[in-house]
Design a protein around this ligand. Sequence first.
Ligand code: PGA
Length: 306
Amino acid sequence: MNINITLRQLKVFREVARQQSFTRASKALFLTQPAVSMQIKQLEGVIGMPLFEKQGKQINLTDAGEEIKVLSETILQQIEETTQNLELLASGQQGKLRLAVATTVASVATRLMARFNERHPALSLHFIVTNREGLIDLLETNQTDIVIMGKPPEDLQLETQEFMPNPLVVIAPPGHTLCNRQKAVSLNSLFQHNFILREPSSGTRRAIERFLAAEGRSLESSMEMNSNDAIKQSVAEGLGLGIVSIHTVTSELEQGSLKLIDVTGFPLRRSWYLVQRKGRRLSPLSERFKAYIIEEVQNFHNSLQV
Ligand code: PGA
């Protein structure tokens, strides 16, 4: 059997079946009763069997009518759900957010996302935290919508927006001989100490190296770790001094488990950028997230200690 049914016929049929009355169905659908009867007649013509039978004043579904009732409820419900989902997607209430951030951004980004999620509980989030080289890789292979990173690479076609300062500071364990000096510590005194640095593919590390090169220096005595957390813990344990993004040490500074050293030329001024590939069309939700980040940033900016 080749069933050629229209959605309009199904809608009218579903209402008549639900209401068990042509009159009530026509009122609910804002149609005339003859229009409702016509749709049902056409549907019965397509099916080749009656869908309703009269018993006194009452109308009941035939066996064929029961079959079409299940079909109409299933199909129309799916269409209604899909329409709702499309509306949510278009309004930016729902959708996927693919976000990749530099390791220095991770804690700020998670706080921002938690608040964004309160406003958009239907958000489906794909979140990657990696270093600069990892982020450039994701941009090159077009695997993410939005990236938050330090200075964007110049050899890729990108749309970028500088949105927040990311100062690099020198950290030490409490009680270190360079803490609480009257005057800023000179670079000469600073570089007599051991340092714990990030890995070479990190943006933080590259910024430090650029600064050192401009000062005509290099760090001889240093250890390397690929995690800001490991560096913080090692510095707190007295393994050496660290140069990190202020955003990675806000709670330690508050709690007093790490101290800042005031050094000539520091903090190193860096910024974070919102980055996406040129021409990549963002979903309404991703656009909302970008706008939200810009709006919220002032609060974080104000809470900075340097
Ligand atoms: P990263 O961070 O050191 O984890 O690569 C990069 C950045 O803040 O630019």
